[in-house]
Design a protein around this ligand. Structure first.
Ligand code: FAD
Length: 391
């Protein structure tokens, strides 16, 4: 596909593609067979290369040491990262881009700038047993006590807690002018009162875990409050928009890899004296897959460019939901077909289709389920009309 892009865009895309093909993909099966872990020397090399290639912290300002790519360029990189399984692509880390505009100078120097340099890393403690899609239903609390806040609550699915050295904790304020509103805090790991309750197993095989984490009377200085009291939800929404676009991009990358691998297999696998691609039932699965990928990619690329052009944030909100919904559902259909095309081999964990079949499932759930994306899109459609969303 020859989508119009600058030489710089194409160079970034090629750099990311080469990194994924030559460095990351060769370690997939090793990771799958070792609970997501690979040789530490290889991991170190990947992290170093991600920085040298300018892919690490691509969403962060140059003044902090990031590479400040355009949204379109970030989409191109994420798409390539999506082509690799087992979260090996997470070495291309994107710290919270909303943070520099919100946090204090001290917080910037203590947490965000070291994260951009790859010296510290974060995790997000927002979801709870009683509050998933309905983030506003969280029961975690933050109470002011002199120069400190006291944090309480149990958080679920805290991705990368085992690798992070600080968490963004979201709770509702108790007392004060913003009683009942949300607030977000930096919490160092470890801290007194912070403990892992349980580490559940998930469908994918990643080195990053998603434990349940209890915050029991965790005391943090007032200086750990992110932005203002009552601001917690706004930062989460900004992050959702960004991640939804990046999920769409990664799903396009995954679908591309699956279509390439399944097509190569279908051309070489002979049954009944013919390559199976000669059977219409197989060929049509590939035809549907590549058609849907093309549509998803055009939607995703155009959205990224729209954001670079400064489109209204409400339209961005709807379009991020549309791209995430369509691309994640598309990639899941493609993975299902790829498993079918590979036959029994597609059910083996050493096969890329089997791994993606499990891994892509969560893209229809996290950062807002497909149902929540539809609710957002329908709401925006009712408010703004068809022309605004698909004009
Ligand atoms: C692997 C993984 C990693 C995660 N990492 C993190 C993390 O790092 N930090 C964090 O805070 N959270 C994290 N999450 C949580 C994730 O964001 C939630 O799982 C997600 O938002 C859905 O919430 P839920 O699982 O509670 O499902 P629920 O909200 O309980 O939804 C259950 C079902 O009901 C549907 N539903 C709910 N409300 C509506 C509605 N209004 N209309 C129609 N249907 C509806 C949903 O679509 C879904 O099908 C992670 C989750 C997973 C699986």
């Amino acid at each position: 596909m020859t989508y119009p892009m600058t030489d710089e865009d194409r160079d970034i895309q090629e750099r990311a593609r080469k990194f994924v093909n030559e460095e990351l993909i060769p370690h997939e099966v090793e990771a799958e067979m070792n609970a997501g872990e690979i040789d530490p020397a290889a991991k170190e090399r990947h992290t170093k290369l991600a920085k040298e290639l300018g892919l690490f912290a691509m969403n962060m300002p140059k003044s902090l040491g990031g590479t400040e790519m355009t949204m379109f360029q970030q989409t191109l990189v994420s798409e390539q990262i999506g082509r690799v399984t087992n979260a090996l692509g997470w070495v291309v880390h994107t710290p919270p881009a909303w943070a520099p505009g919100v946090v204090s100078d001290e917080q910037l120097q203590r947490w965000i700038a070291p994260t951009v340099r790859g010296e510290r890393s974060e995790c997000y403690a927002i979801t709870e047993e009683g509050a998933g899609s309905d983030v506003d239903a969280i029961s975690a609390t933050a109470s002011r006590d002199g120069d400190e806040y006291v944090l309480n609550g149990t958080k679920m699915h805290v991705t990368s807690f085992n690798h992070a050295d600080y968490a963004f904790f979201q709770g509702k304020l108790v007392g004060g002018d913003h009683e009942g509103e949300h607030a977000m805090f930096f919490v160092d790991i470890p801290s007194d009162g912070l403990r892992v309750v349980r580490v559940p197993a998930y469908s994918h095989t990643y080195a990053d875990q998603h434990p349940l984490v209890e915050f029991k009377d965790v005391r943090v200085p007032v200086g750990n409050l992110v932005g203002e009291e009552g601001g917690g939800m706004a930062y989460t929404y900004e992050w959702f928009r960004y991640e939804r676009l990046m999920i769409a991009a990664r799903c396009c990358g995954a679908a591309e890899r699956l279509i390439e691998e399944a097509t190569a297999f279908a051309k070489s696998r002979v049954q009944f004296g013919e390559p199976i691609i000669e059977f219409q039932s197989i060929a049509f699965m590939l035809a549907d897959s590549v058609t849907e990928l093309h549509a998803a990619r055009l939607m995703t690329y155009r959205l990224a460019q729209e954001i670079d052009e400064g489109v209204d944030v409400k339209i961005q909100h709807a379009h991020c939901s549309m791209a995430k919904l369509y691309a994640s559902e598309m990639a899941n259909r493609v993975a299902d077909r790829a498993v079918q095309i590979f036959g029994g081999r597609g059910y083996m964990r050493e096969n890329v289709a089997e791994r993606f079949y499990r891994e892509l499932r969560v893209d229809r759930i996290w950062e807002g389920t497909s149902e929540i994306q539809r609710a957002i899109i329908a709401d925006q459609l009712a408010k703004r009309g068809t022309q605004a969303l698909a004009g």
